[in-house]
Design a protein around this ligand. Structure first.
Ligand code: BTN
Length: 137
């Protein structure tokens, strides 16, 4: 076994606020929660379904159990600033056995299509796993 007992204390709760990166290489920042569990933030996607130039985009969401059970569920919406699309994410914040926080999410990406006949191809679905980015401020 590699490293023996860690001297770092694991987070007791899984906290959404902070910087996160996912399995696609996208990064997001989630701000402080207000008293109702609502938050805003920004999302820098690593990929796009469009040919547009990627730009930082705003997100807003909310989480459950602000001071009750740990490992809260949450959801947020990203209103892409460089396309006509919207993505909604839903997920849960987990703390694994090593105290590492992970966000397990599913998403729906709605693209704009020109007419109702094209509606069938307007929605993509997927999963993303986020881990905390611990870069120096
Ligand atoms: C668009 O292409 O119109 C906007 C960008 C969409 C990026 C998607 S959202 C789901 C998936 N997870 C990411 O981090 N990026 C892609």
């Amino acid at each position: 076994l590699c490293c023996g007992t860690s001297t770092e204390s694991p987070p007791l709760q899984c906290v959404l606020t902070g910087r996160w990166t996912n399995d696609l290489g996208s990064n997001m920042t989630i701000g402080a929660l207000n008293g109702k569990g609502e938050f805003t933030g920004s999302y820098h996607t690593a990929v796009t379904a469009t040919t547009n130039e990627i730009q930082l985009s705003p997100l807003q969401g909310s989480q459950h159990n602000t001071n009750k059970k740990s490992q809260p569920t949450f959801g947020f919406t990203v209103n892409w600033s460089f396309s006509d699309s919207i993505t909604v994410f839903t997920g849960q914040c987990f703390t694994d056995k090593d105290g590492k926080e992970v966000l397990k999410t599913m998403w729906l990406l709605r693209s704009r299509v020109d007419n109702i006949r094209s509606d069938w191809k307007a929605t993509r679905i997927g999963t993303n796993i986020f881990t905390r980015l611990n870069l120096k401020e």
